[in-house]
Every structure is written in structure tokens, then in C-alpha cells.
Write a protein that binds this ligand. Structure first.
Ligand SMILES: Nc1ncnc2c1ncn2[C@@H]1O[C@H](COP(=O)(O)OP(=O)(O)OP(=O)(O)O)[C@@H](O)[C@H]1O
Ligand SMILES: [Mg+2]
Length: 323
């Protein structure tokens, strides 16, 4: 059994905001528990507003919790109160969708990569330049690019630089929040293959958040499917894609093309209808019931608990319990 890197225990995140003088409450994360293991790639999927980014931010202590706890190697987040917090903080990194706003336009790429190495005292002053060049090499960029400013790069190259900057501090976990969404298909594939290669060569866990099930399937060992802040299904990537149990997972997979003709023909066709409900006024019982084609009375009144259905598969659905 792999070591647990992050232990997320019954967390909820509630946002309160004022809109035209009225207070609005949104439960972005609703009682979520899960664990992230050493060296795994953990995918998070779900429609817009399902809470993926809020969960990703919470995983590195960037998001205040309304309730529950998150432990990084048995130390409670946020790490800022701990005595060793500088060393621990660098072990949890995040990369966002837009690399243009993630890098300082007035600094060369070399300066941006050197900064975290110097701040965290990760090598001697004389070795900083060679460390920066080796990071560029690791992400498939040329050493002469260190002198350039961000505006001289494409989106794909900038995202590689953001990956290099996250790697610079020798992290244990990197959250990748939609990092390929703004890139064309071939650049997306290159970034995925780069992340896979990087993971092979070091002790690193990745959380890969994406709308694109095809991409997540390509990279993730396990997958979490979220709906309105709740876990609907979680398990090994192979099982979730070959035998999805939750009607929402089935519908998401149904919408994503499978490149293998035999599996394409065999899969269950379950179209997803309707809109995601208003998060301020979610349905009673099972949140998915307003769009589910297998709904029954119990779904209207009772929130389904997350139950194990196979060795590496957990589902929150009354339907899977009934059958
Ligand atoms: N700072 C905030 N203040 C108020 N509401 C917020 C805030 N951040 C997120 N939310 C709300 O919380 C819910 C979850 O948002 P989140 O950004 O985590 O979703 P997501 O799954 O990442 O969506 P997307 O796929 O569009 O990035 C949404 O209803 C969103 O409007
Ligand atoms: Mg998001």
C-alpha cells in the first residue's frame, strides 16, 4: 500500500457573498473525504461549477475550509502555522490554466525559475544557473530561452515553464488545474506526455483537474467525479471507464469519444439532459436526481452515501444499492 500524502476528512467549503444587496450562500464542497497517495496521478472531473478548483485549492491550503480537515503527511493544513512551514509549503504546488498571468512579464524566464530555488535555498549560489538550465531541459525547452521574457513564448511553452517552476522546488504534490484547457490538441498531448515522463523519474503525486475525460483517462491512475460539490464516484481509472456505475459518470463518459471501436460499440449510452441546478438552491436528496434517468422516490428525500461497489470503486447512488 502506498503512503498517504493527503488525507482529506469530511471537508466542506461554503461561500457567502452579497449580490444586489442579498446574501447568497453556495456550498462549493459538501462533506468530501478522500486520500491522495504517493506517486499517483489523481484525476478530478465534473462540469463547470462542480467544485474542482475549490477542492484543488483546498488540497494545498489555499482555500479556507468551512468544516473538516486536511492533513499533509499527518500535518494539518494550512501549513503556515507549523514550525517547518517554508520547507513543507514548497512540497505542495499548483499550476493554473492561464500561464500568461502566472508569470511575471518583467522577469526573464531564467529569473522566474531561479527565484524559488534561491528563496528555498535549494542549491548553492554558483549552481543556480545550471539548475535553471537543467529545469528547462527537463520540460523540453532550449537553454537559450532563459534570457527571454514571457511575451516571447507560445501558450504551450509558457505552460512548460510553469511546470518547470513548480518542479524547481522539488515538490511532493502538484495540482494541475485545467493546465491544458487553453492549448490546442497536439500541444495538450505533448504536455500530458511530459507530465507522464516527469512522474516516471521522480517521487511525485499529481492531481489533474480537467473537463476533458479523454485527457484524464490518458494520465490518471484514479479518478474522482464531482457534481455540485459532492463525490458521485471515485475509483481506479480503468474501472471507472470500463464499468461506470453512477448515471452521471456514465453520461460524462458517453459524451466523450472512445478511440477504440469495440469499446465504443459496447458502452452504455446514457445521454445527459438538462442543466446543472443552481448551486444556491440544490435539489433535495440526491443532487443529480433532476437529470437522472434512473430516479426513484428515495432519491428525492435521501442523500446517497458513498458506498464501495468493487475493490477500487466507490459510488454515491441509491440505484446501485437497489440492484
Ligand atoms: N470565491 C468565490 N466566491 C463565491 N463563490 C465561489 C468562489 N469560488 C467558487 N465559487 C462557487 O463555487 C462553486 C464551485 O466553483 P469551482 O470554481 O470550484 O468549480 P469548478 O468545478 O472548478 O468549475 P470550472 O470547471 O468552471 O473551473 C461554483 O458555484 C462557484 O460559483
Ligand atoms: Mg475550475
Amino acid at each position: 500500500m502506498s503512503e498517504i500524502i493527503l488525507d482529506i476528512k469530511k471537508i466542506s467549503v461554503i461561500f457567502n457573498k452579497m449580490f444586489f444587496g442579498r446574501s447568497q450562500t453556495i456550498k462549493a464542497i459538501d462533506n468530501v473525504s478522500l486520500q491522495i497517495f504517493n506517486s499517483e496521478t489523481f484525476g478530478i472531473v465534473g462540469e463547470s461549477g462542480s467544485g474542482k478548483s475549490t477542492l484543488g485549492n483546498a488540497m494545498i491550503g489555499l482555500q479556507t475550509l468551512s468544516s473538516g480537515e486536511i492533513f499533509y503527511k499527518e500535518i494539518a493544513l494550512p501549513l503556515s502555522g507549523t514550525k517547518d512551514w517554508m520547507r513543507l509549503r514548497r512540497q505542495l504546488q499548483i499550476i493554473f490554466q492561464d500561464p500568461f498571468t502566472s508569470l511575471n512579464p518583467r522577469r526573464t524566464i531564467g529569473q522566474s525559475l531561479a527565484e524559488p530555488i534561491i528563496t528555498h535555498n535549494l542549491c548553492s549560489k554558483n549552481d543556480v544557473t545550471s539548475k535553471v538550465l537543467s529545469l528547462l531541459d527537463q520540460v523540453g525547452l532550449n537553454s537559450n530561452m532563459a534570457e527571454r521574457y514571457p511575451n516571447a513564448f507560445s501558450g504551450g511553452q509558457l505552460q512548460r515553464i510553469c511546470i518547470a517552476r513548480a518542479l524547481a522546488v522539488q515538490p511532493q504534490l502538484i495540482i494541475c488545474d485545467e493546465i491544458t484547457s487553453a492549448l490546442d490538441v497536439s500541444t495538450q498531448a505533448q504536455i500530458i506526455s511530459l507530465l507522464k515522463d516527469l512522474k516516471l523519474n521522480q517521487d511525485l503525486s499529481l492531481v489533474f483537474i480537467s473537463h476533458d475525460l479523454g485527457l484524464v483517462r490518458n494520465i490518471a491512475d484514479r479518478i474522482l467525479v464531482m457534481y455540485l460539490g459532492r463525490i458521485v464516484e471515485i475509483g481506479s481509472s480503468d474501472i471507472i471507464f470500463s464499468d461506470p456505475k453512477h448515471p452521471y459518470t456514465q453520461a460524462l463518459i458517453n459524451a466523450a469519444p472512445i478511440p477504440e471501436p469495440s469499446r465504443e460499440a459496447a458502452r452504455i449510452k446514457t445521454p445527459l439532459f438538462g442543466e446543472i441546478p443552481d448551486p444556491q438552491n440544490p435539489p433535495s436528496g440526491c443532487f443529480f436526481r433532476t437529470r437522472c434517468n434512473q430516479v426513484h422516490d428515495r432519491c428525492l428525500i435521501e442523500t446517497p452515501a458513498l458506498k464501495q461497489v468493487k475493490k477500487n470503486q466507490f459510488v454515491s447512488c441509491h440505484h446501485t444499492e437497489v440492484h
